[in-house]
Design a protein around this ligand. Structure first.
Ligand code: AVJ
Length: 320
């Protein structure tokens, strides 16, 4: 059918909304205070993240898109004309457009926890790709669920871009990849974007941009908590810090308390010493061999890897 909405089916798995209060109170009660990075993405936070992807210093997004568009034909040749393309965390529809054009799957299955983003991007893509059928699944891809697929559909391909895998600790990354392998089944493939280890100076610049957008993105967590949990964080009394932790091969983002202070959150008090931090994000950086080892542990066979000429970012094809 030419009517875009007739080519969209919506499947609601009713993902449990984040229990923001419980997660924040638990995180702030630890000896090393922490907040989960998924809380960055309220309306303002999602806008700030989009702005980050356009910063001159933030290389990952444009490098990954460059790899996907320059290698689109090769990727399509390797993957073949598969029927089904699944996207885990479909957020912005930019990267998938490159892939849809190259692969021309019959069915696209975006999976996202945000109903709003999911429906908006399904409409855009159905209008743009007039031959495409979409089965949009509102679900939390970090928990097990059954995809809305026909049992006779085989050779599934999943796409997990943006180095989102970098936000997981190695243990969680392994568990996540194991679940994806199980979901795809024998013969399935995962196309995954992974940011690479590189000179600390380049990483430092990418997470400490000159315009301070990343700082605003980090501090917006406190704005959100003030609003949603009736908290009294003084935004002038915390500052953004990001650095590469070479031992753990990850960029860490923190919010640093600039003085001794007490903050009230959801009816509880939390003391901060001057210099004490809240750890807000880990962004793991992998060597290609390290990532292959992780993928193999999870039950994938590394099939092919594409990088940019500066070896900043990698896109892997993994096979179950
Ligand atoms: C979306 C998790 C891949 O780790 O680079 C950007 C988020 N944090 N700048 C990343 C982020 C600070 C981003 N990921």
């Amino acid at each position: 059918p030419s009517d875009p909405s007739e080519r969209i089916r919506f499947y609601d798995y009713h993902p449990a909304p984040a229990d923001v209060r419980a997660e924040v109170l638990e995180g702030l009660s630890r000896p090393q205070k922490r907040l989960p990075p998924k809380l960055f993405y309220d309306r303002r936070g999602s806008q700030l993240f989009d702005a980050i992807t356009e910063l001159p210093e933030y290389y990952p997004t444009r490098t990954e898109i460059g790899i996907l568009s320059e290698r689109g034909a090769e990727i399509a040749e390797l993957l073949g004309r598969h029927k089904v393309l699944i996207e885990l965390g479909s957020g912005s529809s930019l990267k998938i457009q490159t892939l849809l054009a190259a692969l021309q799957p019959q069915v696209y299955v975006p999976v996202d926890i945000s109903r709003e983003h999911l429906l908006a991007s399904a409409q855009t893509l159905a209008a743009r790709f007039t031959w495409l059928h979409i089965r949009a699944a509102c679900a939390d891809y970090s928990a097990p669920f059954t995809l809305p697929l026909e049992s006779h559909w085989s050779n599934l391909t999943a796409f997990f871009p943006g180095s989102s895998i970098g936000n997981f600790d190695p243990q969680d990354a392994l568990r996540f990849l194991q679940r994806v392998a199980q979901m795809l089944g024998q013969g399935g493939r995962l196309l995954i974007g992974v940011d690479l280890r590189k000179q600390p100076e380049l990483l430092h610049a990418a997470y400490n941009d000159a315009q301070g957008v990343t700082a605003d993105f980090n501090l917006n967590l406190l704005v959100r908590i003030n609003r949603e949990l009736d908290a009294d964080f003084d935004l002038d009394a915390f500052e953004h810090r990001a650095f590469f932790n070479a031992d753990k091969s990850r960029v860490e983002m923190h919010l640093i308390s600039l003085r001794d202070q007490k903050v009230h959150v959801g009816g509880q008090g939390f003391s901060f010493a001057r210099g004490e931090s809240i750890h807000t994000e880990c962004s793991y950086k992998y060597g290609i061999q390290d990532f292959h080892a992780l993928a193999a542990d999870a039950g994938f066979r590394p099939e092919r890897v594409w990088t940019d000429s500066d070896q900043r970012f990698s896109v892997h094809a993994l096979r179950v």
